[in-house]
Design a binder for this molecule. Structure first.
Ligand code: GLV
Length: 434
């Protein structure tokens, strides 16, 4: 009898057994000392929930919207590179599991299965994540391909113009597919399921790139390839032409600072952006940056209701999801959590991951005294245990020279109070005496 899956950690342990070390490590790693990677998870544990009793718990609802699209629960699958190396055809399997669960799947630019491939194997529109490369012609065509595949949102990642170093990738010689070195062959010999799956698929390199981009060499090595192709000159101005070419919903990913959030809100004011994602790229880029959950309240306070706020980083349970919602996120992205499910059990593992999070979110919400996930707010949290928005005074004390040099600096606006969903009376969301 296989051991039942009770939590995301069960999936992680199974994935660690089944996925070749190089790809398991690629997912389960952060930049340099991994302090931000660890903080993303650890900072959730400090936030405490208020247990409420003797409230009517019937007819609970987890349904919500993200960028105006209905979701069965406020979770989207994050864009993750090399997903098709955690399990053969990984992006197709994860997209199918997401579709069945009624949540969005986001395909990474750095996926193994191509945009067209995922579209051919799913019916629900998925989201496409874009990295901006030097070759603008290629990027324009990539956007057109996402449009042709009926993707319903474009997720533009702004925090990876250059790649943060993850030591394990250097040590493992990460490449896709793995090079047949002695160490790799020894490791692969212990992963028969993975090998069998890979023998049964042709999808083994970057499906969106190979055969589409001109003058791309060394596509098997992610680090060499990003160094060669990703555009270090990317700026806020680029967001405009990307929106013009795309025309649909645009989500800006990688915001960790209220000043950058203000910039994203300005893009929303002019109809360019629809949402931002508070993210430090899963702790994989700037090691030493604050955790996403720590950054969230100040960003929500900075942008108010001008732009929808989503977040990612460290979500390993439904309790984490509800804490992020309580601090003002409209929804969250899960990355590693679903990758562990995929590596462990393929499509069934991604389904198991979403099921675990759904059940945990549902029961947690009920035990906090609420029945509707769209009514979660910070009053379900114990005062003093959650991060607060930094004070405007602290920002204003920055040297004027620094304030002026930052894009979108406008000190007074960083403390706009978060606005609530129109028509939402938070007091009505809670039982009397809450
Ligand atoms: C790419 O998105 C990475 O974080 O490796």
């Amino acid at each position: 009898m296989p051991k039942p899956i009770t939590c995301i950690e069960d999936l992680r342990l199974l994935a660690r057994r089944r996925v070749p070390r190089m790809f398991y490590d690629y997912a389960d790693s952060g930049a340099w000392t991994e302090s931000t990677y660890r903080a993303n998870e650890a900072d959730f544990t400090r936030i405490k929930l208020r247990q409420r009793v003797a409230v009517d718990m019937t007819d609970r609802s987890l349904g919500s919207t993200m960028v105006g699209q209905k979701v069965a629960l406020p979770i989207a699958l994050a864009p993750t590179g090399l997903t098709g190396m955690q399990h053969a055809d990984g992006e197709i399997l994860a997209a199918r599991a997401a579709e069945k669960a009624g949540v969005p799947f986001t395909l990474s630019t750095m996926s193994i299965c191509s945009i067209e491939d995922v579209a051919a194997h799913t019916t629900a529109p998925f989201w496409f994540q874009l990295y901006v490369m030097r070759d603008r012609d290629f990027i324009g065509k990539l956007i057109d391909r996402a449009k042709a595949a009926r993707c319903s949102a474009l997720v533009l990642t702004l925090d990876l113009q250059i790649l943060g170093q993850r030591h394990k990738d250097v040590v493992n010689g990460l490449s896709t597919p793995p090079k047949p070195t002695f160490a790799n062959l020894v490791n692969l010999a212990t992963k028969p399921r993975w090998c069998l799956g890979m023998l049964g698929t042709k999808r083994r390199s970057f499906g969106n790139i190979v055969g589409h981009a001109a003058n791309v060499s060394n596509v098997s090595s992610l680090s060499a390839w990003t160094a060669e192709q990703f555009d270090p000159k990317l700026s806020w101005d680029d967001v405009r032409w990307i929106k013009d070419r795309w025309g649909g919903k645009l989500i800006i990913k990688g915001i960790l600072d209220p000043e950058d959030a203000e910039q994203a809100a300005r893009l929303a004011d002019s109809g360019i952006a629809d949402a931002l994602v508070v993210s430090n790229h899963g702790g994989r880029q700037l090691d030493g940056a604050v955790s996403s959950i720590e950054a969230l309240p100040a960003i929500v306070a900075a942008v108010g209701d001008r732009i929808e706020v989503l977040m990612d980083g460290g979500i390993r349970s439904g309790q984490d999801v509800i804490k992020a919602l309580a601090l003002g996120a409209r929804g969250v992205f899960i990355g590693r959590a679903f990758l562990y499910g995929l590596g462990a059990l393929g499509e069934a593992g991604v389904t198991a991951c979403i099921d675990v999070l759904r059940k945990e979110l549902d029961v947690t919400m009920a035990l906090c005294g609420l029945r509707d996930v769209t009514r979660v707010d910070r009053r379900i949290l114990v005062e003093g245990t959650y991060p607060q928005a930094a004070s405007a005074a602290a920002f204003e004390s920055l040297p004027a020279s620094l304030q002026g040099s930052l894009p979108g600096s406008s000190p007074g606006s960083t403390q706009r109070p978060a606005q609530r969903t129109p028509g939402y009376d938070p007091l009505a969301a809670l039982p009397a005496g809450h």
